[in-house]
Design a binder for this molecule. Structure first.
Ligand code: HEC
Ligand code: HEC
Length: 430
């Protein structure tokens, strides 16, 4: 690759380089031929300090030999490597090529390490010392400049190690925050509150919410004005994680301290605070490791529990055997049935999927659809259907099916009745 817009500089450099080497050779050859000003006693006639004479001996052979070797080396080098203008060299070596090779070698070495993390939940990753060592390095290199090397944040940058979350502390929410970034917007809102006195009064009311020092007369006067703030911070001031509006009752301050001037400043000037997005910088595996690292700092809250753990089924399963996971193949469609509230695949799934895998090798795609029963909470059931579909996808991947050959198709009605027959994931070739 060349930055030159014409051949001129390329030729210019080549001529000077090759010309330079040839000129050195010529000089060697000429100086070996001509013996300038030699007297009969083989001196040049120069005499110093009365007795020091300059001899005129030919160049030593070993020296001439070395010189010729350097010339041969120069030509060999210029033939093999890029040194002459835009000529690439017969080895086609380049800095970017070498860099790319080193990066891909690094990625290859890292792949098995990350592969060991695949399929691990955030909770499991957070307990894995190796994953956390990697998470720590990723955090130090990318996050510490804003959140601090102890992740305890600073003014304007939230503490990630406490249980106080602006945007939520479940694995899902933390992942979402890191992947897509967040922008917290507190608008300048003094005009809606009223006079500067009203603003001070509502500030004292806010201070009273967290038991911070406040003037109770002002606080009582300010209380009705808090209606303006309730849309975001909640009527009780406990915040709203969907908007990133912080809890004002816990005496934890992201943007300042629990004093009147800070609150008045927020109301008067507002604040827009940006957490950058990282999904393009990290691989999905690195994102999971980072999520687990942040979650595991101590402030993380549990994620969504599978339906069975929270909702008691209206009709208890008839018997453990009837509720056990199983797998069947009907008309080329592989059907996985699941235990209540579980996303584990039944034994024998490899064998059941053999035809599907063969179909993919023959160029087809796999379509995965999940169905749920009507028992329990609909949102949790849908989440469970997703997890079951992912479990099937992961199984297909371990059987060598490339991810881009796998499609998810949400059925129009995912509720397929009651009982185990309904709790299923169907896999078909599409
Ligand atoms: C340029 C500064 C900056 C960098 C770098 C940065 N963050 Fe943030 N982060 C912020 C700000 C500012 C917020 C608060 C956003 C808001 O006010 O709504 C934030 C918020 C967060 C939150 C949400 C906290 C809560 O209470 O809900 C998490 C989690 C987080 N960052 C993790 C990370 C991780 C992990 C990295 C490294 C990959 C990172 N951040 C890098 C500035 C940064
Ligand atoms: C449109 C939504 C919205 C409204 C209305 C709103 N806020 Fe906020 N407020 C936010 C957000 C978002 C933040 C977080 C800013 C950030 O990311 O740093 C915030 C931050 C604050 C903070 C700083 C908290 C800290 O931890 O340092 C205070 C204090 C505050 N708001 C008080 C108020 C008061 C008082 C009102 C009403 C007069 C109000 N807010 C109205 C969204 C809102």
């Amino acid at each position: 690759m060349s930055d030159f817009t014409s051949n001129f500089w390329s030729i210019f450099i080549s001529v000077i380089t090759i010309g330079g080497i040839l000129a050195c050779l010529a000089l060697l050859w000429i100086s070996g031929k001509t013996k300038a000003m030699t007297l009969s006693d083989n001196t040049t006639g120069h005499v110093w300090d009365g007795d020091l004479r300059e001899m005129n001996n030919p160049l030593p052979r070993w020296w001439v030999g070395l010189f010729i070797i350097t010339v041969v080396f120069a030509f060999a080098y210029l033939y093999l490597y890029p040194g002459l203008g835009t000529y690439e060299g017969s080895l086609k070596w380049s800095q970017t090529g070498q860099f790319d090779r080193e990066v891909s070698r690094g990625n290859e070495q890292a792949a098995p390490i990350y592969a060991a993390f695949a399929g691990m939940s955030t909770e499991q990753l957070a307990k894995d010392a190796k994953a956390m060592a990697i998470g720590d390095r990723l955090f130090m290199n990318n996050c510490a400049q804003c959140h601090g090397s102890d992740a305890r944040g600073g003014k304007g940058f939230p503490n990630l190690a406490d249980g106080d979350w602006m945007w939520g502390g479940s694995p899902d929410k933390i992942h979402e925050t890191i992947a897509n970034g967040r922008t917290g917007v507190m608008p300048p809102i003094a005009a809606a509150v009223g006079t500067p006195e009203d603003v001070r009064n509502v500030a004292h009311y806010v201070l009273s919410l967290s038991g911070s020092p406040n003037d109770s007369v002002r606080s009582n006067l300010g209380k009705p004005k808090f209606a303006v703030c309730a849309a975001c911070h909640g009527a009780d001031g406990k915040g709203n994680q969907a908007l990133g509006a912080p809890n004002l009752t816990d005496n934890i301050w992201v943007d300042g301290a629990g004093v009147e001037s800070h609150i008045v400043n927020m109301i008067t000037n507002g604040k827009t605070n940006v957490m950058p997005a990282w999904s393009s910088k990290f691989t999905p595996e690195q994102m999971n490791v980072l999520t687990a690292y942040v979650w595991g700092l101590g402030g993380g809250v549990p994620g969504v529990q599978p339906a069975a753990a929270v909702a008691t089924p209206a009709t208890p399963a008839a018997s453990p055997a009837a509720d056990a996971a199983s797998v069947a193949v009907e008309n080329g469609v592989v059907k996985f049935f699941f235990s209540t509230g579980k996303a584990e695949l039944a034994a024998g799934s490899d064998k059941a999927l053999a035809d599907v895998v063969a179909g993919v090798q023959a160029g087809k795609k796999v379509v995965i659809s999940g169905y749920v029963d009507t028992t329990g909470n609909a949102a949790q059931n849908e989440e469970l259907a997703k997890q079951r579909a992912f479990a099937v996808r992961d199984q297909l991947k371990t059987l060598g099916v490339a991810e881009d050959k796998i499609e998810f198709k949400k059925p129009e009605n995912i509720e397929a009745g009651a009982g185990k027959e309904a709790r299923r994931v169907e896999v078909a070739l599409g």
